[in-house]
Structure formats: C-alpha cells, structure tokens
Design a protein around this ligand. Structure first.
Ligand code: ADP
Length: 320
C-alpha cells in the first residue's frame, strides 16, 4: 500500500430545510441525503481516487451503519482494517442546511473515539508498505500518536491538525514531517505551541516573509497553511528535502464554480498524500498544485467523500 490513512469514519445525514426549527418545534425537511463522512475516510477516498493504493484504519460500532461503511470502502477499492466496538455506535453526523445555506451540525464520533493505539500499531504490514501515513484529529490522541510513531523510516508522516484539538501540542507535532492546518487551525497551533496570538482572519493577508516566520515557530517540520479560495502557503526548514527551490511560497487556488466547500481540506490532504506516495522524487510544489486542483474541483459537487474527483477528471479539467 502506498498511502495509509488512520482516522475517523462517520455516516453523514443531511436535511435541507427552509429555516431551522425552534426548540420543541418539528419542521418538515425539503430533501434528504446520506453518505460517508469523517475526515479520515474522506481523505482516504480522495487518495484512492488519484489511483494510488490506499489503506484505512478506523473504528466502527456494532450497528447497521458499520455495514454501509464496509460497502463504501469496497466501492472505492480502499483496503480497510476496522476495529469493531460492538457496544458502541458507528460515528454519525446530522447536518441541517437552511435556505440561506447556513448549517447546524450534530457530530457523534462514537466508535472513532475508541480507536485504540494498540490496534493501530498492530497493523504492521500496512505500516511496512506505506510511503505516506496521514492522520487527522477526529480520533483519540493515542491512536494518532501510535500511527505517527509506527511509520517506517522512509515514510512521510502527514498530520492534518483538523479539527482544532485542545490537546494537540508540540510533542505531537514533532512526530510529523509535514503539517497542514487551515487558517483557524494554524492560529490555534501558534497559540498552543508557540505562544503567539494571531486572528485567523488576518493570516491570508500576511506578507510571505511574515507567514514563513510564523510557520517556523512551530518547529523543524514543514507546514502548509491552506487558505480556502486564497490557495495555500508552503514553509520549509529544509526545502532540499522536499525538492523545492524556495523555503516559503504561495500556491494560488484554481478558479472554479463553487457549490459546496465541505471537504475541500480533506480533498487537499488525501490528494497531497497520494501525490507524495506516487511521485516521491518530485518537488513538493507540484504535489501541492495537484492537491489544490483536486480540492478546487471537489467544491463544484455537493457533499464530501462523494465529491472527491478522480485523477482523470482533474487532468481533463486543468491539464497536466
Ligand atoms: P478546510 O476545508 O480544511 O477549511 P480550506 O478551506 O483551506 O480547508 O481549503 C483547502 C484547499 O482547498 C485550499 O488550499 C484550496 O486549494 C482549495 N479550495 C478551498 N476553497 C476553494 C475555493 N473557493 N476555490 C478554489 N479552491 C478552493
């Protein structure tokens, strides 16, 4: 396997509605859809759709949602190891979207929080063959630490610090080679790990040299701050290790017809992992450009995992 994702699986349930119900009120839905979600699984789907062998380690409950999870992974050709927690529910997420496109979300991580460090570390065959190990912050911290610590010596350890997690500290960051916060997560990391207070909204407007200096406060690892429609900023301590010419640079976002940005960050991270695994000798900048294209195209389709474009679709749209 080339990419190994360790993380969360949830089933999303999405209702459209004219306006949010008041406490005690019942409102009729205007349409319903359901599908896979969870940052870990979304990222695994994004990676697999780039044509790269992808494996996923996660946790499921003892319920019907677990069966759906297995079927969805199989449909995308993702090799899975599921820790089954029979006394728990599978992760689930209820999303209500009103006529203005605002949403209200209930997320129950359930079995994801039980993903066990020992279970993760026991999947030694997957760690032995992984070129990239990718984790996020929707499972217990022990499982995340185990995944990063079990990576083989030549493997890229990619940490997407999403969503913001109160216990993410410099010790966990030090286990990664590359970290990919969005603006909110970057502000939280700077606060927690460097004692630097900065408003998330101010980050995209910082000068490149300022952004690079801020990234360097997080330690020796490389950092990619994703900036939504403003693209992303890449910062290295050692650009040669990543075959890059410059230690700090911006990559612009593609112009697309945005419909739903849910899962853009997941598309970016999964595709980045896939590129790093498939083309290890190339400049990181090229992998970042491809990841940005995958993420941009994913915003043209509603939903998260279902919206992940294939490599062929990305090449057809943007060329090589
Ligand atoms: P998250 O979903 O984690 O908040 P971002 O919003 O920063 O992450 O998006 C991740 C990446 O997706 C961006 O760096 C960019 O490449 C791409 N992207 C996000 N929103 C847009 C957009 N409106 N237009 C084009 N690309 C986008």
């Amino acid at each position: 396997m080339s990419v190994l994702v360790v993380g969360s699986y949830n089933q999303d349930h999405v209702w459209r509605i004219d306006r949010f119900p008041q406490p005690g009120e019942t409102r009729r839905g205007l349409g319903f859809s359901t599908g896979p979600g969870g940052k870990g699984f979304n990222q695994a789907v994004a990676s697999a759709r780039q044509g790269v062998p992808t494996a996923f380690i996660g946790a499921l409950g003892g319920d019907a949602l677990a069966r759906t999870a297995r079927e969805l992974a199989q449909a995308d050709g993702i090799a899975t190891r599921w820790q089954v927690c029979d006394d728990m529910s599978t992760g689930s997420c209820g999303i209500v979207v009103d006529a203005n496109g605002q949403n209200q979300i209930v997320l129950d991580l359930a079995a994801n929080e039980r993903l066990d460090a020992a279970y993760v570390a026991a999947q030694t065959d997957l760690f032995a063959s992984a070129r990239v190990v990718l984790v996020q912050m929707e499972t217990g911290l022990g499982a995340i630490r185990a995944a990063l610590s079990s990576a083989n010596a030549g493997c890229v350890r990619l940490l997407n610090p999403a969503p913001v997690h109160a216990e993410l500290d410099a010790g966990l960051l030090a286990l990664a080679d590359l970290v990919t916060p969005n603006e909110t997560e970057f502000a939280a990391l700077l606060d927690r790990c460097a004692g630097t207070a900065l408003r998330a909204e101010a980050i995209a407007d910082c000068r490149d040299d300022e952004l690079h200096a801020l990234c360097r406060r997080l330690g020796a690892l490389s950092v990619i701050v994703t900036l939504g429609a403003r693209g992303c900023f890449v910062s290295h301590a050692d650009p040669a290790r990543w075959h890059d010419a410059s230690p700090g640079y911006r990559v612009a976002a593609e112009r697309v017809h945005v419909r739903d940005t849910t899962g853009a960050g997941d598309a970016f991270n999964g595709a980045l992992a896939a590129e790093l695994a498939q083309r290890p000798g190339r400049a990181l900048r090229e992998a970042v450009v491809h990841a940005g294209r995958v993420a941009a195209l994913s915003t043209e389709t509603a939903g998260a995992a279902v919206a992940m474009p294939t490599r062929a679709a990305v090449l057809q749209r943007f060329g090589l």
